[in-house]
Design a protein. Structure first.
Length: 150
């Protein structure tokens, strides 16, 4: 029996070593692919109502705040822009156009359907809400419920 060791070159080029290296690389690739920390699957968090209300506070923070929530394609931008200029001395009007996270915004503001208009006082307490198509009449009716307007 010959128990001599094979040469280094023969040992490095044996099929067993090549198979082990390939299997090791495949296992490393598979682990890297399934690693949850490397995947970009972050779900955008809907801003809280306090964050939205505080973000809109400025020089006019003593005025009530009306938040109009709608989907981007509902065409309420013009109605809200006109109401913003018309009622700028009565209340602040903000359009919150929900994109892909409509369910998160619904959950934050506790609404069932969009579009909706919510009226908050200067202490972030909800005064009124109206659901349905956003029109000039709906917004003027909601502005009529502002404490300063009465």
């Amino acid at each position: 029996m010959n128990f001599s060791r094979p040469e280094l070159k023969q040992r490095l080029l044996s099929p067993r070593i090549v198979i082990y290296v390939v299997l090791l690389l495949v296992a490393a690739w598979w682990i890297n692919r399934l690693d949850k920390t490397r995947q970009n699957t972050t779900i955008p968090q809907a801003p809280s109502s306090e964050e939205i209300l505080s973000a809109t506070s400025g020089d006019e923070s003593h005025l009530p705040l009306m938040v109009v929530i709608s989907l981007p394609d509902e065409g309420v931008r013009e109605v809200v822009a006109e109401s913003q200029s018309r009622y700028s001395d009565v209340c602040r009007i903000v359009l919150l156009s929900t994109g892909t996270d409509a369910d998160g915004v619904k959950e934050v503001f506790q609404v069932k359907e969009l579009p909706v208009a919510l009226l908050f006082d200067n202490e972030n307490q909800e005064l009124a809400r109206m659901q349905g198509a956003i029109t000039d009449e709906l917004l003027s009716e909601l502005v009529g419920k502002c404490p300063k307007y009465e």
